[in-house]
Design a protein around this ligand. Structure first.
Ligand code: URP
Ligand code: ZN
Ligand code: ZN
Length: 467
């Protein structure tokens, strides 16, 4: 592959920022500095006045996922192209075996779908059922397939939810294998109780979705998961933290020295639960996800947790549906497909709210959008870094450019956006994936099949250095 010279920009990494050019050759970072020895014929990208950063890693996506009687709107080709347009160059997606299905077989299916990905990708495995068969295959997943993280559900009674006994067994198995357990932490038993109560009272609309999943239930389940992990002696990754109580439980555990990583989503930092009160069903249902958006006070608590390090990664939980798909729940909130989009928007929103808002530095922005996830999931320094030899996954952000986010202009394959009408200042103008220029100032050149599978190593002492 020909070389590319990213010239005139300010390179921002977790360590600091400096005026420097970046030379990319054979898909990796070949040099960073001034007065580089640029080969004749190298393509030149003008980064004057712009910031050059590692491409984003979204550790939490659901492309092509079959769920709640439908399939999410973005497949691996469309969803990852949208990601590229927003500066994200790696996703970690969740494989979802059916109940009783071999997880290795499910991985095969997901790998087939993901072969159309336009950016690099790895997988987490959803522990959608538990038994000796699942436990046995976990070893193959970790040792032969590079799938080293497993998501356990404390919610979705009658579906994905596992008992505490099963979760403890699963955590022990993760520990044995050097795998990282992840949790969806909401109290499924109490959610089922509240759902039945609300429906019996005739509360069938989207407002009841949030009422059935109060923040206390996330706090309780998070503390329970943390306690189980701490007792068993395994690290833990808590996905999509939305409630102050959950962030507090994680922060307290971290200050006791427990190896635990908390992930939040830009939506939870900016959108509150008033969205469910909209009289327009499409608006309210478009925001239905689990956990739900929270009352305003939680947003501030999550920002503080990001600032203190209690929370240390950001994902999107990209799981988008069209308005039509959400209408499956017109008569009953429990039938609204759960999930929102955002893989294209994460970096723009975090830059606007975090950096422009004076909450985080550009260096911390890099940690929160790529570096910390790379370390948590053993992708660092190949990903999340611009060191010489790292994959040339690069974004160029123009901090002076503005754009207004909208479903009409997004590349995500849905007619809804939780960010509709929000203007951000700081726009990704170029994205490179392993040196290939896939987003060039509005020109989306992402190509299905370019993305490569990222097998990951199990955890060992390296985990000591976790974010
Ligand atoms: O509502 C959500 N978050 N849907 C995606 C699945 C999950 O729990 O992450
Ligand atoms: Zn979840
Ligand atoms: Zn998810």
């Amino acid at each position: 592959m020909a070389a590319t010279w990213i010239a005139g920009g300010t390179v921002v990494t977790e360590e600091g920022r400096r005026r420097a050019d970046l030379l990319v050759r054979d898909g990796v970072v070949a040099a960073v500095g001034l007065s580089l020895d640029v080969p004749a014929g190298a393509a030149r990208i003008d980064a004057g006045g712009c910031l050059v950063m590692p491409g984003g890693i979204d550790p939490h996506t659901h492309m092509q996922l079959p769920t709640m009687g439908t399939v999410v709107a973005d497949d691996f080709a469309s969803g990852t192209a949208a990601a590229a347009a927003g500066g994200t160059t790696t996703i970690l997606d969740f494989v979802g075996p059916e109940r009783g299905q071999s997880p290795v077989e499910a991985l095969d299916t997901w790998r087939g779908w993901a072969s159309r990905s336009t950016i690099d990708y790895g997988f987490h495995m959803t522990v959608s059922w538990w038994g000796p068969g699942f436990s046995a295959e976990m070893a193959r997943l970790v040792q032969a397939h590079g799938v080293t993280s497993f998501k356990f559900f404390l919610a979705y009674k009658g579906g994905l939810m596992l008992s505490d006994e099963e979760i403890v067994k699963g955590f022990l198995r993760c520990r044995e294998l050097g795998a990282l357990p992840q949790v969806h932490a909401e109290n499924g038993e109490l959610i089922a109780h509240l759902q039945a109560k609300l429906l019996a009272e005739g509360r069938t609309g989207p407002v009841a979705h949030a009422l059935s999943r109060p923040p206390e239930l996330e706090g309780e389940a998070t503390l329970r998961a943390v306690t189980m992990a701490e007792t068993v002696g395994v690290p833990l990754y808590v996905v999509h933290v939305s409630a102050a109580q959950a962030a507090r439980a994680i922060g307290e555990a971290r200050s006791r020295g427990v190896k635990i990583v908390g992930e939040t989503l830009p939506g939870f930092l900016a959108i509150d639960d008033s969205v469910y009160a909209s009289p327009d069903f499409d608006q309210a249902a478009g925001h239905v996800m689990s956990p739900p958006y929270r009352p305003k006070g939680h947003l501030e608590a999550l920002w503080r947790a990001l600032e203190s390090g209690a929370l240390s990664t950001t994902g999107t939980d990209h799981c988008c549906f069209t308005r039509e798909q959400k209408r499956a729940g017109l008569e009953r909130f429990t039938l609204i497909p759960n999930g929102c989009g955002g893989v294209e928007d994460r970096l723009h929103v975090l830059w606007q709210l975090g950096v422009n808002g004076g909450r985080i530095t550009p260096e911390k922005f890099v940690s929160l959008t790529s570096g910390n996830a790379a370390r948590a999931f053993h992708l660092w320094p190949r990903k999340g870094s611009l060191a010489v030899g790292s994959d040339a996954d690069v974004l160029v952000l123009d901090p002076t450019r503005e754009k207004t986010l909208s479903a009409r202009t997004q590349h995500q394959r849905t007619d809804f956006s939780v960010w509709e009408g929000r203007t951000v200042k700081g726009v990704v103008v170029h994205t490179l994936s392993r040196g290939r220029h896939i987003w060039a100032d509005g020109d989306l050149r992402a190509e299905p099949g370019w993305g490569r599978f990222l097998p990951r190593r199990p955890f060992g002492p390296v985990y000591e250095r976790l974010v």
